[in-house]
Each structure stands twice: as C-alpha cells, then as structure tokens.
Design a protein around this ligand. Structure first.
Ligand code: ADP
Length: 398
C-alpha cells in the first residue's frame, strides 16, 4: 500500500492539523516542506503559493523524505489554511478526499475532487515511464522558476551597475578634467621657475589625469554602446586619411618600443559613410593594441593595410606580437575580459577597447574579425560598407 496523507497548513507550510496520516508521513513533521526531500521543497511552496493566491493549481509531484516514493499532491484553500492531500495516484487521493469530507466544507472537497481528476492515470506497463516523465517535468518547471529568479536578480544587478557607472562618469570626469587643467596652468605660470624634476611631475599629473578621463570615457562608452545607445554623426569620411592620422599619433610610442608601422592604403580616396570621431576611435584602439602587444626592442613591424572593392572597404591591422591562444578567442570582445597576453611595455589594459570597437563598427553596418595564434601575431580586420558612387557627393571616389 502506498502512502497517503491529508493535512491542513498555513501559507508557510506549517502543519496546523493532520487530518489523516495512516502512513505517518506528516505526523512527525512541523511543516509540509519537512515531509519531502529538499529537491521537492520548491514544488511544495509553489503549490501553497498558488493555492493561497486562489490560482488554479495543477497537481504537483513530490518525493517523500526517507522513502523511495513519489506522491501526487492536490490542495484547496479553506480560509486561512490550505487542505493538502497526497497519494500515489488519483484513486488513492479520491479515497482520501472521501475520508476527510467530514473535516472540510463541500466547496473545498469539490475543489480537491476537481484537482484530483487532473492527476494522470498511469496505464499498465507505462507506470515507470510516466512517473519518470512527471518527475522530469517537475524538475524542468523548478529549474525554469529558478532561472527566472536568477534572471530577475541579474537584471537588478545590471541596473545597479549602470547607475554606478553613470555616477562615476558624472562625478569623476569633471574633477579629473580640473586636475589636468590646473596642472597645465601651473606649468604655464611657473614653468621657468620650476626645477626640471618638479616640471616633469606636473607633466605626469596632466598625463595621468588624461589617462583617467580616457578610462571613464571608455566605461561610459561601453555601457552606452552595449545598450545600443550610439548616435552617429554621419558624414562622408575618407578612410585612408583616418588611418594615416591615427598612425601618426603613435610616432613616440612606436619609437619607444623600436617598432615600425607600415601603412599601405590605395592612393585613391576610399570613402565610407560614417562618424569620423568614432572611426578614429576604432583605428586608434586597433593600432594601440598592436603597439601594446608587440615585442619591444626587436624592430617588429605593424602593418596597416587598406583594400576596397565595389561594395566594401577592408582594413587590416597586423602585428608580430604574441598572438592569442585559441581557447581564449571568445573573450576578446567581452567587456572587461582580458586574455593571458599581457602588454609588453607596462601599458594599461582595461578590456574595454575591443568591445567598444566592435559596437562602433556594427553601428556602421560593418564587421570586425581577427586571426591570431601564439607565435604568429594577430591580425584584426574591419570591413565597412563603401559609400556608393551613385551618391553625388561621392563623385571624387573611384
Ligand atoms: P585592453 O587592450 O585594454 O585590455 P581590449 O578590449 O582592446 O582591451 O583587448 C582585450 C584583450 O584582447 C586584451 O586584454 C588582450 O589580452 C587581447 N588583445 C587585444 N589585441 C591584441 C593583440 N593585438 N595581440 C594580442 N592580444 C590582444
């Protein structure tokens, strides 16, 4: 004979009265949750929550503690308490409902009857499969519920993170700008009177505050771009010019690491529709990475190559650096993620440059890909749609 029970409990599952318990499942327990193994507890709470919120509750299955038994449970609200009946199948639940009729109102008994009728009838031979299916189903429902709760927590944390980032952007950027500005002012006011060491320190203050502003800007960018909040100031941009201007800004940094940058872009102008400032940011990130991850002091070369066909423009930035191990490739475009490849000259690394770059390229209708392997360096490739000739403003382009 399989176990059966009927209890009355409050919304927390505390058993306030045992109505029938021939198999001593609930008699020794204070709460309904104690009657079942922990994996089934969420189902008990769902059953109670649905019952007390007067929702239509489906029968649920729960595994009885210390027994290798699974019971179907149905419940009905009776004022401040719920009447819960559990048994192995609909026949046994029906018998138990008949036995407790005197203890419950007609409405409650009818509700229990209706819910008991929803307990699947196992056909002979398929019992085990059906039971297993029901268990799997219960488990799926439970996992789904946990996932939804985790999602909600994640959303709340993400909102919090965004608030903090907005606060950082607002409250740090201005004072940082002032620090840099004051350092420059002092340099101008006292430049000649200062001894060289003091002058160098002032310059360092200026450079560090600029660096911190860049980090704050990257944080703000990555947040805005991830949400798709990017507004492009679109104009006709000559890409070769953008590439060459970017490379020019790395003269000092490349000299310090004994690097060469070889630029090969067609003499003919190649135009795209884009936001010049954002496109400068794209190539600045790629060239700065190439410089950052190239070996210092060995005369390595960085190659920046532009190519165009009728539809697209492609720019490759290739270095002779360490190269990224294949199992770390998926992290490269993740915000704040870094790979095991470290900058070769102690440069800063935030893991924000490439996610920002990818968002900007995507906003221009383009793509960014890369080839990289240890010992073979890295090549990052940006492909952008070319400004079409039919556009009267683009006549000068080939
Ligand atoms: P950052 O360089 O500031 O850390 P990025 O988002 O630009 O951030 O790059 C993410 C990571 O990808 C870097 O930390 C680095 O590990 C790797 N990476 C990017 N570019 C290169 C490159 N040219 N060579 C080797 N590794 C690179």
């Amino acid at each position: 004979m399989t176990a059966t029970f009927a209890v009355r409990c409050d919304p927390n599952g505390t058993i306030v009265r045992v109505l029938r318990d021939p198999d001593r499942i609930a008699t020794s327990a204070a709460t309904l949750a104690e009657c079942v193994i922990s994996g089934s507890a969420p189902d008990v709470f769902t059953l109670l929550r649905d019952t007390f919120s007067d929702r239509l509750t489906a029968p649920v299955q729960m595994r009885v503690a210390d027994r290798d038994e699974v019971l179907w449970c149905v419940a009905a609200r009776d004022g401040d308490t719920a009447v819960v009946v559990g048994a192995a199948d609909a026949d046994q639940i029906g018998a138990m409902i008949a036995a407790i009729r005197a203890d419950v109102s007609d409405d409650v008994a009818t509700t229990l009857d209706v819910r008991c009728a929803a307990v699947p009838v196992p056909s002979s031979g398929d019992d085990d499969t059906l039971l297993e299916l029901s268990r799997t189903n219960n488990e799926l429902v439970r996992l789904h519920r946990e996932l939804a709760a985790a999602h909600a927590r994640l959303d709340a944390l993400n909102d919090r993170k965004n608030e903090i980032l907005a606060m950082v952007a607002h409250d740090l950027r201005n004072p940082l700008g002032s620090i840099g500005g004051f350092a420059q002012l002092l340099e101008r006011m006292l430049g000649d009177a200062l001894e060289p060491r003091a002058l160098r320190l002032l310059e360092r203050i200026g450079a560090l505050s600029d660096q911190m502003i860049e980090i704050v800007d990257d944080l703000v960018d990555v947040q805005a771009l991830e949400r798709g909040n990017i507004v492009l100031d679109v104009e006709d941009v000559e890409l070769g010019d953008v590439v060459r201007r970017t490379v020019d800004t790395y003269e000092v940094a490349t000299a310090a690491k004994d690097l060469q940058i070889a630029v090969s872009c067609p003499d003919d102008a190649v135009h795209v529709e884009g936001d010049e400032r954002r496109l400068l940011q794209v190539f600045d990130n790629l060239v700065s990475n190439a410089v950052k991850y190239s070996p210092a002091g060995v005369g390595a070369t960085i190659r920046v190559t532009c190519a165009a066909d009728r539809e697209t423009v492609t720019i490759d930035v290739a270095d002779e650096g360490h190269g990224i191990p294949p199992d770390e490739h998926t992290r490269v475009f993740e915000a704040f993620a870094r790979t095991s490849v470290e900058p070769t000259g102690g440069e800063r690394s935030t893991g924000l440059g490439l996610p920002i770059t990818r968002s900007i390229v995507a906003a221009h209708g383009g793509t960014i890909t890369f080839d990289s392997a240890p010992g073979q360096g890295s090549t990052f490739r940006v492909t952008l749609p070319r400004r079409q000739r039919s556009d009267p403003d683009a006549r000068s382009s080939p």
